[in-house]
Design a protein around this ligand. Sequence first.
Ligand code: UTP
Length: 353
Amino acid sequence: MSTRAVTKAVIPAAGLGTRFLPATKSQPKEMLPIVDKPAIQYVIEEAVRAGLTDILVVTGRGKRAIEDHFDRNFELEYYLEQQAKHDLLKEVQGTSEMADIHYIRQRDPLGLGHAVSVAREHVGDEPFAVLLGDDIMVDESQLLRSMIDVHARYGRSALALKRVPSDEISSYGCVEPEPVHDGLVQVRSIVEKPAVADAPSDLAVIGRYVFTPEIFEALDRIEPGAHGELQLTDAIALLLETQTVYGCVFETGRYDIGQKVDFLRANIELALDREDLGGDVAEILRRIEPNGVTDRIKSAQTGVLSQLMSTSRFARLVEQEAIDGDKAYRSEEHTSELQSPDHLVCRLLLEKK
Ligand code: UTP
């Protein structure tokens, strides 16, 4: 039984980020800012706070910005020093000193299982944590600490689990759990992206894992699975044949910033929590309360309508409508024409004028 302390973290960040295009066409999604800090910095800070001192980031093509972010930037440091911007200088230097950060390339994004397997040599024969680079946890590292504690106690792997609405389960790995005690389950089986009807529970595997090194042998044996990718879930299923795997159930603090809506939620909620920004952001939200939202929708429509106006066909229609006004178009025979989408758009535009 492996009882070595967990000191290493592997952060897969080599995915293509297709759910966040076009923003991710030439920049890593892991570098998208949540308020004013790249997502991956939250992830590394979480690992460091949980006591992990050796960080391996799995990168790929187009991910250089990640390495640059955690490197020194002498020019910027010199400038900030000259300008006596000491707080910013400390912040900038802090990102390059926060941990021992290593990088390895996953040559092709063949799936999360493959991304973890390229860490094998760096990790060696030790337990290690995996933190997905596009999942951020705002919980003072409580979840990760509890998973490391489970490993220390049982010498076995632990997965982070969250209950999700049943119609969302097919986006995740899903486990069949057996309760151990409050917040801890033993994983009986695991399946990647099950159909709603086949899901063994509503417990989804979320981007935090603590693995025994035997996961690498399981990773060697997997074949392409869901979406044609080498799935980490399939390796966990193989690991279950020889070792117990635990699950730590948590409820709050997670944002999947690879999803646009969750990315926006993270920005709003974390900005609200900030002393320097919270008041202003709350004021913006207050202004778009129900009535304000209606105003927004109207002004968004005006934007769309103005664009339409710039096309000559619509400009002509609007002009005609303005000239003829009620007299020509109120007659019976024009009623259906007046209901046509083009004419409704014209009417809306005229109302806006
Ligand atoms: P995702 O499936 O969320 O990332 O993988 P993706 O493939 O970039 O996303 P979409 O679906 O195209 O938008 C979770 C994490 O695993 C990494 C990703 O960078 C992300 O942090 N990953 C995924 C890899 O490192 N390599 C892979 O081959 C796939």
